[in-house]
Design a protein around this ligand. Sequence first.
Ligand code: SAM
Ligand code: SF4
Length: 321
Amino acid sequence: MLIDSYDRVVDYLRVSVTERCNFRCQYCMPEKPFSWVPKENLLSFEELFEFMKIAIDEGVNKIRITGGEPLLREDLDKFIKMIYDYKNDVDLAMTTNAFLLKGTAQKLKDAGLKRINVSIDTLKPEIAQQIAQKDVLKNVLQGVDEALKVGLKVKVNMVPMKTVNAEEIIDVLEYCKERNMSIRFIEYMENSFASKEIKGLKSNELLEILGSKYEFKDDGFDGSSPSHYYTMKDGYRFGIIEPYEDDFCKKCNRIRLTAEGNLIPCLYFDESLSISKAIKAGDIKEAAEVLREVVRTKPEKNRWGGDDAEVSTRAFYETGG
Ligand code: SAM
Ligand code: SF4
């Protein structure tokens, strides 16, 4: 079992398979980075899988494939099948912008994927174009329909932003509710890569908007999920991710692996250790030692909130959110 210095069990690994993306979301990657990680520095699926086997053997039981946009990487279904075949009871999911999902959902489902999280910030084509800087909404919604059709469980992530999509909070929730998909509102996390104009809504502002239409009760937190849950009168549940809250990191159970093999103990901070050399050399013992070291050095909490709050300098498209 992997336990950090604050007695938190680390059993969740997020794996970014590429930092590249076909969108340029204002809160994540408004401009193409100065340079991408050179292809030769990326770990192959076999190499990523070698590390994931070590992590699973050390106690990881939840894996999320993410990016950049994970569907940009070829043969993703084969990668998913490798993981599924190694341990089919690992909770395996993927976060995607859904643009390419229409043509891939069935293959991913057949490979063993059960759940996906899709980012939907708006239901208006022109606002989607404004956020992603591309005409994306039609493909995204078709991707979601296809995912539901093939039997993938779909959760939606929405980042509510003032003057951009705040008016659509109820509409997006209703869209999800009608399709039996849960929704999590993610507070915009300030980072130096995002557009300077972005102003996110905090949970109290969100709750005020939702409270103007619905009655709901505060359900608090569930296990190690970062979501604060609320249940509406008809039983529908929504979540809010509140990284600015003081106790947000208390039950954090996750670490992150980038596509070039950097293992990151916390989404907020720049620190990481590379497993690339050890994995490429087939040195399982050394890779496991790096894993334990990253868990040991996991910081107590992020610095988005509190008196010494600062903007993070870590790119979301690199860590996978
Ligand atoms: N491309 C995929 C997608 O957009 O779903 C996966 C990668 S993306 C980095 C993962 C998640 O991070 C998305 O739900 C996105 O909305 C969220 N995200 C990105 N930048 C963020 C920010 N500055 N604050 C809050 N959430 C952010
Ligand atoms: Fe791409 Fe996802 Fe970042 Fe948007 S949030 S730019 S879709 S990685």
